[in-house]
Design a protein. Structure first.
Length: 423
């Protein structure tokens, strides 16, 4: 029974939030207008489809004896996202519900064909080449949206290849590091206090670091660059336990960042805004400044759902949705959301430690680490802890590519938890 009780939180958030917005459109129970009635007629069928799919997936997970906590945690985050998008951009609500349905169907396919998907771990170099090819597509056919040339526009659909490239990079790192762990932990060269293996074994890792820098400089995509670089460092450390790789990576990115700052104007603008957004509060730093105002206005308890002014922040439904939540629901709500990501990470690590094969251990750890790292990067960006990034808050921000790729990672993690006992 407790397995089904976990579904109460996301369902409660959606029903309560949508009810508040409906009453706000129709205060005091006055005569219903066509505009008020039209909203539910558009989104209720898709919301019902989401709920039915969610209950079906949870039933499948319970029957397969997989981790029954991960999916409800994610649904809780998704429910917050649905309510926030209904509040911020009602015209996009149906589209987001449609993408959520697609994402859950894709997740079902991942659960169904996990036995075949796991075979990909046997081909690390093909995974690496596929990742490079995917990330290189925007350089050839990409369209610049929101200041970053990392989109492929296919008719009415816009896709971010980097969202799916991050799945391949986790697979590649899990496979490569597992196959070469012994060599990577047996140093052949000593540079000062650093102990490193032959260059040919760390060359793939250096390629990933270089690819991250290239994404930042050429595609102007700082968020994905930080995400890919961070995952390479984290998974390498998890596989080898060597601090030499961490130090080498930090030195590499430091030199690359300094060179990029000196050579490229848009890099200088991004870092200058981060260091002092108040020098241009109505220009390039407008988003960051408005985000900081939103956090200050919200305080601990927030202004109340539907009573803030998050619309002052451009693109608030994507990059800055966390600032909107902070303004209207306060520090308490934002801490609860971050707790959900941390709990998701903890369950993922617990799953990783229960896996028997080393590749699957690294894959599970990589999947949950990726979610937590992505959430940290975007939250750090909107709070000015890090330079502003263009990635989405997983499961909450509006976006189809992000939603589908995140549910693929969730499906992988749940599949890895099969036959494990979870308390």
């Amino acid at each position: 029974m407790k397995n089904w009780g976990l579904m109460a939180a996301p369902l409660g958030i959606v029903l309560f939030g949508m009810s508040v917005l409906y009453l706000k459109m129709n205060p005091g129970g006055s005569k219903l207008t066509a505009e008020v009635l039209q909203g539910p007629l558009n989104y209720v069928p898709w919301l019902a489809a989401v709920i039915i799919l969610a209950l079906f997936i949870q039933a499948v997970i319970i029957k397969r004896r997989e981790d029954t906590f991960l999916f409800p945690i994610v649904l809780t985050l998704c429910s917050v996202g649905i309510v926030e998008i209904a509040r911020l951009k009602p015209a996009l609500l149906v589209r987001q519900l449609q993408w959520l349905c697609v994402a859950m169907v894709v997740m079902i396919l991942v659960l169904r064909f996990w036995g075949r998907i796991r075979r990909m771990l046997g081909y690390p170099y093909l995974l690496g080449l596929a990742c490079i090819f995917l990330l290189g597509l925007p350089l050839l056919f990409g369209t610049e949206i929101g200041g970053s040339k990392n989109w492929l526009v296919l008719g009415p659909i816009s896709i971010q290849p980097s969202e799916f490239g991050k799945i391949l990079i986790v697979f590649f790192l899990a496979a490569y590091l597992s196959d070469h762990r012994r060599v990577l932990t047996l140093p052949a060269h000593r540079i000062f206090w650093l102990q490193l293996p032959p260059l040919r074994f760390i060359a793939p890792l250096i390629c990933i670091w270089g690819m991250a820098v290239l994404m930042f400089v050429v595609e102007k995509d700082l968020g994905s660059a930080l995400l890919f670089f961070g995952m390479a460092v984290l998974m390498t450390y998890m596989a080898t336990g060597s601090k030499s790789y961490v130090f080498l990576a930090m030195a590499f990115i430091g030199v690359a960042a300094a060179a990029s700052y000196a050579a490229f104007g848009h890099v200088r603008v991004r870092f200058d805004i981060w260091l002092n957004p108040w020098q241009d509060p109505n220009g390039m730093a407008y988003q960051v400044v408005q985000s900081l105002f939103a956090f200050g206005t919200g305080g601990i308890w927030g202004t109340g759902f539907g009573y803030g002014h998050p619309g002052f922040i451009p693109e608030v439904h994507t990059d800055f949705i966390f600032a909107a939540i902070a303004e209207e629901m306060g520090l308490i709500a934002t801490m609860m959301l971050m707790s959900c990501y941390v709990f998701f990470f903890w369950r993922g690590i617990k799953t990783a430690l229960s896996c028997r094969k080393e590749k699957e251990v690294l894959l599970a750890a990589g999947c949950c680490s990726l979610m937590l790292l992505q959430a940290f990067i975007i939250v750090a960006g909107v709070t000015k802890f890090l330079p502003l990034t263009g990635i989405t808050l997983p499961f909450i921000s509006y976006g189809g590519s992000s939603m589908v790729s995140s549910f693929v990672l969730l499906g992988l993690l749940i599949s890895l938890s099969k036959e494990q006992e979870h308390g």
